[in-house]
Design a binder for this molecule. Structure first.
Ligand code: BGC
Length: 347
């Protein structure tokens, strides 16, 4: 197993960005940069052991700075949308930055995806990793409290990529951190993801309005195109979902803090399999609906509609405005923890 560190260029203000490459001895290799704590590439062996990069992104820092729909980013302080960027906590109404029409999306104008994280390598028995830290200041994007965050990425010899999140605060604040990789298990840029076969361990999803804001209703997936309880090609019923999939699924595991199977994806041509386990109660399944061929990514590949899917483990969107959703408020003295494990195999 190995950890390498190199430069990945500079921000316009001269800040140096580092790139860490983690490898295990089974052919799994992930590259992570300190800008946005971003997963830049994720090489996974196919059924014959041949490695292929399974996530969308750019070859160099420049692309990430110019036009980045959160490729591989850490998303925070609050993943997904908060209606009108507004919530009331302990009698105080907070107004967050609006960056998605009238709503707040993925932490605002300068979310955690655009922060420069401090990195240090992590080595343990059978694991290599990188620990990233970021202090989100009181008032940043409108949020209350200094939020001290760490995200640890580790690779294991069992072909797992683990993402472990922690945060503490000095004022009550909503927190909902996630990771925003766009996957194609056939290989990045190798066509659309409609043939990737998905199982989602979810019997319900949170219903949304036109602006993708939850109405508060939790609907059963049974008998609808949202039903992925048995494995199904992503494309099988996508035409029946207006705009494509962009929904939060309510995981069976329920987010009781225990690591539970949330997802299995199988890609028939490569034989790659990805399982996702999480302690979170929800997962946003986004089928790359807004990709439209205007982005040229790694290796000159043009990313068309549905060229990647995201599976973002999370608490439900807009939870601060829905008392019936699992709570997302972190208070001083408490610790936010969240763990997601991506396990790769071939068949
Ligand atoms: C959201 C989409 C959004 C996308 C941005 C996803 O997590 O659910 O609605 O457009 O991120 O890239």
């Amino acid at each position: 197993m190995d950890i390498q560190k190199e430069s990945f260029g500079k921000l316009p203000d001269g800040t140096g960005i580092e790139l860490y490459t983690l490898t295990n001895s089974k052919g799994l290799k992930v590259r992570i940069m300190t800008y946005g704590g971003t997963i830049v590439s994720l090489e996974v062996p196919d059924r014959n052991g041949k490695p292929g990069d399974t996530v969308l992104g750019y070859d160099s820092l420049d692309g990430y700075l110019k036009n980045n729909p959160y490729f591989g980013s850490i998303v925070g302080r609050y993943g997904n949308r908060i209606a009108k960027g507004k919530f009331t906590l302990d009698g105080i109404t907070y107004q967050l930055a609006k960056n998605d029409g009238e709503n707040h999306l993925h932490g605002g104008i300068k979310g955690f995806d655009k922060a420069v994280w401090t990195a240090e390598p992590v080595r343990g028995e059978g694991v290599v990793g990188v620990k990233l830290s970021y202090l989100s200041k009181d008032g940043e994007e409108g949020y209350p409290g200094n939020l001290s965050c760490t995200v640890i990425y580790t690779l294991t010899e069992e072909n797992e990529l683990k993402i472990s999140y922690e945060a503490t605060t000095d004022k009550a604040t909503p927190v909902n951190l996630t990771s925003h990789s766009y996957f194609n298990l056939a290989g990045q840029g190798e066509g659309d993801i409609l043939g990737n076969v998905l199982m989602l361990n979810a019997e319900a999803y949170t219903h949304v309005d036109k602006g993708l804001i939850p109405t508060g209703e939790i609907l059963p997936v049974k008998g609808s195109p949202m039903d992925f309880t048995s494995p199904k090609a992503i494309g099988a019923q996508i035409a029946e979902v207006k705009g494509g999939y962009d929904h939060n699924f309510v995981l069976r595991g329920g987010g009781a803090g225990k690591l539970e199977l949330a997802v299995q994806v199988y890609e028939p041509t490569s034989g790659r399999v990805m399982e996702i386990y999480t302690t979170e109660p929800g997962i946003q399944f986004y089928s790359g609906n807004f990709l439209d061929g205007t982005i040229t990514g790694k290796g000159g590949k043009v990313y068309q509609k549905h060229y990647g899917f995201c599976l973002e483990t999370q608490h439900f969107p807009d939870s601060p405005n829905h008392p019936n959703f699992p709570p997302t408020i972190l208070r001083p003295g408490e610790k936010y923890t969240s763990l997601t494990v991506h396990k790769f195999s071939g068949k």
